[in-house]
Write a protein that binds this ligand. Structure first.
Ligand SMILES: [Cu+2]
Length: 171
């Protein structure tokens, strides 16, 4: 591995081979201060295997009236690899909107993932996607949301505030 991977995006190094895996360290916003974990992307034939493991998800709260439930949690790739907290009441806005390179509706963005199910704060899952390879997502961000994704509302599934963020790096 090139020793400066963590200081500059990989494409700054001409002639470097494309990475075959990628990794994001997740940390929580003020809305989920104990949230931490990782997402690992591993290229496999025809796509990538995505594995996520986090602890510290907030306690489940059922929907009431027009207020969305807390959990299961919307889980996506967003455009910008910037996890600055910003406004603590509406964190991680620097990560931008959903990564949407093919101008698709929400529900069919390459980084629209299954929701994360919390088990008393712990979640783990793995799934296959054919929508990208690791090299395509370096420098973007993983976002975990407070509320579920409805896979229908535009542009981001009405998944509410951002409770976790991680920059995706070559690995
Ligand atoms: Cu999102």
């Amino acid at each position: 591995m090139y020793p400066y991977d963590y200081y500059l995006p990989y494409h700054y190094y001409p002639g470097r081979r494309d990475p075959e895996s990628a990794y994001a360290q997740i940390s929580g916003s003020k809305l989920a201060p104990y949230l931490q974990g990782y997402v690992l992307f591993k290229d496999v034939p025809n796509g990538a295997e995505v594995t996520v493991e986090v602890i510290g998800l907030p306690k489940y709260r059922p929907a009431h009236g027009d207020v969305a439930p807390i959990g299961p949690h919307g889980f996506h790739i967003h455009e910008n690899g910037d996890c600055a907290m910003g406004d603590e009441t509406d964190p991680f806005q620097q990560a931008g909107g959903h990564w949407n390179p093919y101008n698709q509706p929400h529900g069919h963005h390459p980084g629209d993932f299954p929701v994360l199910f919390s088990n008393d704060g712990y979640a783990r899952m793995s799934f296959f996607t054919n929508r990208f390879k690791s090299k395509d997502i370096i420098g973007k961000a993983i976002i975990i949301h407070q509320n579920p994704d409805d896979y229908r509302s535009q542009p981001s599934g009405d998944a509410g505030k951002r409770i976790g963020c991680g920059v995706i790096r070559a690995y």
